[in-house]
Design a protein around this ligand. Sequence first.
Ligand code: ADP
Ligand code: ADP
Length: 233
Amino acid sequence: EPVIEIDQLTKTYIMGQTKVHALRGVDLLINTNEYVALMGPSGSGKSTLMNLLGCLDTPTLGNYKLDGKDVSVMDDTELANIRNEKIGFVFQTFNLLPRQSTLDNVALPLVYAGVPRKEREARAHEVLASVGLGDRTDHKPNELSGGQRQRVAIARALVNRPAIILADEPTGNLDTKTSIEIMEIFEKIQADGNTVIIVTHEPDIAEHAHRIVRLRDGSVETDELNAEIRRAS
Ligand code: ADP
Ligand code: ADP
């Protein structure tokens, strides 16, 4: 069933006297449990689309339904609420709190959600174990390798059981070997039933996804199953 329904999504930035057409009527349907890579050259609209998908911004025109809720009509408060409830973000730069332990970093979204401490800690433990960091709960971010930091960030994104995971260049700061480890983690969390959308420039990274959507100049240029899956079917 669809978790993302996008209909003629349009974003136009006004820059003084000029208009920048960042998205020019994008249609996209993404089902629960899909694993999608979003690609395209610099300036093609990837960040703009991710910001809209992540309920960080609203479209100029068009509709966006996330998990059945019409996001395109929401005000800032409603957007903040749906963001906390339904979206897990993973960033290139990890964005962890440096003074907090791994466990506290992962449990943070549950503080905002009003979950009691005992349950927060239990859920943070559980999700850290699922990304292979069950023995790193007391470490601070600077006591972890880059790949481990990104796994903490992935655990934090998962802890709220969001409808979608949005990852913007999640391997952009990692070496090749660590990038592959991170992509294997995303494969695992997709196999666990999550919906994953990643932005990447790297074809080798995109190949781990099941579906590749390419943007060009604010429009969807291609939208296809990745080659490996095409061969197998
Ligand atoms: P990508 O992530 O693929 O590099 P973006 O979504 O960042 O593409 O940008 C798409 C277009 O929109 C570009 O021409 C960019 O300059 C423009 N753009 C992005 N954000 C803004 C903004 N906040 N204000 C004005 N123009 C923007
Ligand atoms: P790599 O990047 O190959 O994982 P590191 O040297 O970054 O190797 O880390 C090796 C192990 O040591 C990691 O599991 C990490 O958790 C641990 N570690 C690294 N730095 C510290 C530190 N300052 N304090 C405690 N443990 C650390």
